[in-house]
Design a protein around this ligand. Structure first.
Ligand code: NAD
Length: 505
């Protein structure tokens, strides 16, 4: 079952995967991969420099004609094999993901890895369903049809919170649609993205179709975004970096896909199933130690349920087991790094001045003290315009606020710049129907919060970005539409020519 391996041995040649092989980066700078549960370095590698990005883009460019020219059936078959290889490697991927991120092994095994296998299986099928509009004689004199074509070399940039799933979300729709890709994972979590590309190669996906360049954002990242041979940028990360990426991509008129931050509201109406809402809020807030762009971060609870909700959530949070990520009984792992833990603690310390920390608000002592752990935290009595309510914290912190009328609940839910995800809790179909209509977010769950599925789109509104990951909608991002118009009259002197020269014949 358990398939641990020696990371240093496995990646002895380096962590850049270019044109089907592993090699060392040439930036002259090294980067440590640290186990956040212990603070120990598990691997050190040379970061990608601009020359490595150039080599990866060159490999992707070279691989493009053959891959784009393959039939949908051929690409589909390769992706089916890819899904099978990933499935065989579940334990290795789960190990590496938990090691570099500190994720509880049960989360890696039951969410990250199977989700990525399922994504591959979905896109294997979807590759054969790239559709344009039906052909037709719209002008009367021509047959019009639509071709959906790959865009070219895609340059993608991913964050550290779900490295394997982010690799899946970026790579699969791009290559299913016939593009080739260069992915820059977050430099602190390169392992599973590189393993992902190795698995693609093992499945027979040609060298150069998937390239991985772990490097720093400022040099490798910006170089990839601005690269003249990259036709599209797909970025997932913070809104602040997304704005910078947008500036660079816009300067070279690239297709741009941005999946940015979130601050998901969790709206509980007074007829909701309280037990369901309490359990949903704790799970939704603590998934991946709260480092999830769709995590429940702001609970708005209608006044009659407010006190019971606060005590229910606090009690349940106190039962959550922090521990060694590789212990199957561990519920909550550390944050990604000590720096991120300190950042989260900073938000909570500042909030103490204007709000109440109901539970948590501290790092555990004892055996866990050397890891980047932080206790599940519930904050009450904060004002709607306070930092803890408005800013993305990206940690195991939930803030709870009361509301009176349904109008007020929905208004408060919409009152941040973000719009990635939200949930509404009620037994009344009309109330949830209204919330679904009026909440501005790319996903609204009803009586649940977090589940994602390969068939349905994931993406934001407003400052959470634009474009969709997963689902057939992602083909809108990774293809370009060409209108083809065939004259069907065979007439040399067309009637419309008179608008340019001559008179009606
Ligand atoms: P980040 O924005 O700091 O970094 C994301 C990626 O961008 C990393 O690979 C980083 O190296 C790179 N980068 C940094 N500066 C860059 C630059 N100047 N040019 C090009 N690339 C650069 O985000 P993070 O801290 O890694 O991840 C957390 C953020 O990601 C949160 O805001 C979270 O909400 C967001 N996120 C969003 C989604 C979504 O689907 N909307 C999913 C996961 C994470």
């Amino acid at each position: 079952m358990d398939q641990r391996f020696d990371v240093t041995e496995r990646f002895a040649q380096g962590a850049q995967f270019i044109a089907g092989e592993l090699r060392a980066g040439t930036s002259g700078r090294t980067q440590a991969v640290t186990d956040p549960a212990t603070g120990e370095q598990v691997y050190t590698y040379e970061l990608a420099g601009t020359a490595d990005v150039d080599a990866a883009v060159g490999a992707a460019r070279q691989a493009l004609p053959e891959w784009a020219g393959a039939t949908p059936g051929e690409r589909s078959e390769a992706l089916h094999r890819f899904a099978a290889v990933l499935d065989e490697r579940t334990e290795e991927f789960a190990y590496a993901e938990s090691l570099q991120c500190g994720k509880p092994i049960k989360l890696s095994r039951e969410f990250d890895v199977p989700g990525s296998v399922d994504n591959a299986a979905f896109f294997a099928g979807a590759a054969r369903h790239l559709e344009g509009k039906a052909a037709g004689e719209y002008s009367g004199d021509h047959t019009s049809s639509v071709r959906r074509e790959p865009i070219g070399v895609v340059g993608s940039i991913a964050p550290w919170n779900y490295p394997l799933q982010m690799a899946s979300w970026k790579v699969l729709p791009a290559i299913a649609a016939g593009n080739t890709i260069v992915l820059k994972p977050a430099e602190i979590t390169p392992l599973t993205s590189v393993m992902y590309a190795q698995a693609a190669r093992e499945a027979g996906i040609p060298d150069g179709v998937v390239n991985i360049v772990p490097g720093a954002g400022r040099d490798a990242g910006e170089h990839l975004v601005g690269h003249p041979d990259v036709a599209m940028t797909s970025f997932t990360g913070s809104t602040a970096v997304g704005k910078r990426v947008a500036e660079i991509a816009t300067a070279s008129v690239k297709r741009l896909h941005l999946e940015l931050g979130g601050k998901a509201p969790f709206v509980v109406f007074d007829d909701a199933d309280l037990d369901a809402a309490v359990h949903g809020a704790v799970a939704g807030a603590l998934i991946n130690t709260g480092q999830d762009c769709t995590a429940a971060t702001r609970a708005y609870v209608q006044r009659p349920l407010y006190d019971a909700f606060v005590s229910g959530v606090a009690d349940l949070m106190a039962t959550v087991r922090l521990g060694d990520p590789f212990d199957p009984a561990t519920d909550l792992g550390p944050l990604i790094s000590h720096a991120q833990r300190d950042r989260v603690a900073g938000f909570v310390e500042r909030a103490r001045k204007y709000a109440t920390v109901v539970t948590g608000g501290e790092a555990p002592q004892g055996a866990l003290a050397r890891g980047a752990y932080y206790r599940p935290t519930l904050i009450a009595d904060a004002a709607q315009d306070s930092e803890i309510v408005q800013s993305e914290i990206f940690g195991p912190v939930l803030v709870v606020l009361p509301f009176d009328s349904d109008d007020e609940g929905i208004t408060l839910a919409n009152d941040t710049p973000y719009g990635l995800a939200a949930s509404a809790w009620s037994r009344d179909v009309y109330r949830t129907g209204r919330a679904v209509r009026e909440i501005k977010a790319g996903c609204v769950w009803v009586n649940d919060h977090i589940p994602i599925i390969s068939e349905m789109p994931h993406g934001g509104y407003q400052a959470s970005g634009y474009g969709k990951d997963m689902s057939a909608y992602s083909f809108e991002e990774y293809t370009q539409v060409k209108h083809v118009m065939y004259d069907i009259t065979g007439v040399a002197r067309k009637d419309w020519h008179r608008t340019v020269f001559g008179d009606r014949g």
